[in-house]
Design a protein around this ligand. Structure first.
Ligand SMILES: Nc1ncnc2c1ncn2[C@@H]1O[C@H](COP(=O)(O)OP(=O)(O)OP(=O)(O)O)[C@@H](O)[C@H]1O
Ligand SMILES: [Mg+2]
Length: 243
């Protein structure tokens, strides 16, 4: 196994990145707003890498398929680690990841690529352009830090979270004109078969007024989310946006 890293052009555009490839970055400054993902930026692009908890939970619930009463759903066939070979037939760009960085890294990227593919196929919500890569940077005394990474275009707009008055869960008056448009976008998504693949936290949705598009920006599969909190978020979303 060789850990070959390509250099990134500057300025960086998403179209410069190829799924599955490893890239050297000078440094990665990441914050961790939630549990499973650390976020940062590469120029204008958003970078998401698994936190320590994200890695251990992914290994437990997705790779090893451990089940829990809090599960939203089980792994689908192509998500199973045992079926890595079949998943690579569908997304062959990750064969290079497997050869260069090993099965676990290739599997992590594939499962996230499958999540994007299923949401794209449903065509019910807009999705940021995304690449699934490996990033590497040298850390003084600690050698090379390598991580699977999801790199996305940054969506400009307003999060549904910011449309709502936090204490009362009602539309802020300056956004009340968006109510019927947002309901029109959200209702078909909530009613669809893909609903089980959405983490309904309203921080994950961004409304872009200029294009009248609703974006869903969270990239993780719902095998990583807790049923309790997703159900709770969905019922709050119904009360505020679908009533
Ligand atoms: N492509 C994007 N464009 C604009 N904002 C984004 C984008 N991706 C993420 N964000 C913002 O960053 C927040 C956190 O990102 P994301 O939802 O992917 O991870 P997370 O929910 O913090 O992670 P996890 O639940 O896995 O611990 C989002 O709720 C959103 O507000
Ligand atoms: Mg999120």
């Amino acid at each position: 196994m060789t850990t070959k890293l390509s250099e990134l052009p500057s300025p960086l555009r998403l179209s410069d990145l190829t799924d599955g490839v490893g890239y050297r970055v000078p440094s990665l400054n990441l914050s961790q707003p939630n549990l499973f993902t650390r976020l940062g930026s590469l120029g204008e692009l958003i970078v998401k890498v698994p936190s320590d908890r994200g890695r251990t939970d992914f290994a437990k619930f997705v790779k090893r398929g451990v089940t829990d009463p809090e599960d939203i759903r089980a792994n689908e066939e192509l998500e199973r680690f045992e079926n890595l070979e079949q998943a690579l037939h569908r997304f062959s760009s990750f064969a290079i990841t497997r050869a260069s960085f090993g099965d676990d890294v290739a599997h992590f990227l594939l499962v996230h690529r499958l999540q994007l593919a299923r949401l794209e196929a449903a065509g019910l919500v807009s999705l940021p352009q995304t690449r699934f890569v490996v990033l590497g940077c040298s850390r003084w005394l600690f050698g090379m830090y390598l991580t699977p990474a999801i790199v996305q275009e940054r969506i400009r707009g307003i999060r549904l979270f910011d449309v709502v008055e936090p204490m009362e869960g009602v539309f802020l008056s300056q956004y009340s004109h968006l109510k019927s448009q947002l309901k029109g976008k959200l209702q078909p998504l909530v009613d669809s078969k893909i609903s089980i693949h959405i983490d309904w936290n309203i921080q994950n949705f961004i409304w872009q007024e200029a294009t009248e598009r609703l974006y869903y920006v969270d990239s993780k599969p719902t095998t990583m989310a807790s049923k309790f909190s997703v159900d709770h978020n969905l019922s709050s979303l119904r009360e505020t946006f679908l009533a």
